[in-house]
Design a protein around this ligand. Structure first.
Ligand code: AMP
Length: 251
């Protein structure tokens, strides 16, 4: 059984984001880029299924510029068996990425497609849902527990929803998007980083796919959030209570 995992390269979660002067986006030059944290969780879950003997192959896929190869190498160092890189230099919105990943799914025929619940750069939380729609596959989003049955026909997924945990049973093939509490992703060890260099990565260009990739979205501008007002030092608890009661700007 094959599992495919979508891996997005994003600005590292620890980097303080800076907006470009012309407000067309955020600065990515000379900024540390990493695997989207939710994709790490998706990959970890796929690797655990393979290690438990329920899956035979984990394929990591990334769509984007050449540097995505570095992120795919990290995925291979964590344990993915092979990578697929679809080269694109244009900024892609979820519908476009979903069409590309759907194309690959139809070709690779995985039984499970794992994606992060969202990419931390665009916070879209759309790609998995769109792919499930395009493929007409069942989907479980925000997965906090995944149980693949031994017959490999059905997967049970716990989802974190506002009221608690919802448990779904899906027939395979299916799309699962992963939430924070699903697992703790492993670190790539040095020997595995070395081994990853010889693992195969198939490379494609968008043109080879003959897909209609045109964006129906346009980013008008990106702006920084308003600066926080400086705090006020109060002299006593009474002052604090007075401020809380009478100064609407405090809360
Ligand atoms: P989003 O819908 O943009 O928030 O992204 C959700 C998930 O879709 C990510 O965590 C990835 O698993 C997958 N994904 C989004 N963009 C890409 C990409 N360019 N390459 C591979 N996977 C992607």
């Amino acid at each position: 059984m094959k599992i495919m995992v979508g891996i997005k390269r994003v600005v590292d979660y620890a980097v303080k984001i800076r907006v470009k002067g012309d407000k067309t986006g955020v600065v990515t030059e000379n900024v540390k880029m990493s695997m989207n944290p939710f994709c790490e969780i998706a990959l970890e879950e796929a690797l655990r299924l393979r290690e438990s003997g329920l899956a035979s192959e984990v394929v990591a896929v990334s769509v984007g510029p050449s540097k995505c190869l570095d992120t795919l190498r990290t995925a291979l160092a964590m344990g993915a068996d092979r990578g697929i890189h679809v080269h694109s230099t244009s900024s892609l919105f979820p519908l476009s990425v979903a069409k590309i990943l759907t194309h690959l799914v139809l070709f690779e025929k995985p039984s499970l497609l794992f994606l992060g619940k969202q990419a931390i750069d665009d916070d879209c939380n759309q790609t998995g849902q769109i792919i499930a729609g395009l493929l007409n596959w069942p989907q479980a989003t925000f997965a906090s527990k995944v149980l693949l049955h031994k017959d490999k026909q059905v997967v049970t997924v716990d989802r974190e929803v506002d009221d608690g945990i919802e448990t779904l049973s899906l027939n395979l093939p299916a799309v699962i998007t992963t939430d924070l509490r699903l697992n703790q992703p492993r670190y790539a060890t040095l020997p595995n980083i070395m081994k990853a260099k010889s693992k195969p990565v198939n490379k494609f260009t968008l043109e080879e796919f003959n897909l209609q990739i045109k964006s129906d979205l346009e980013i008008l501008q990106v702006t920084e959030p308003p600066k926080r007002k400086p705090g006020v030092l109060v002299a006593s608890v009474d002052d604090l209570i007075h401020k809380l009661k009478h100064d609407a700007n405090v809360i």
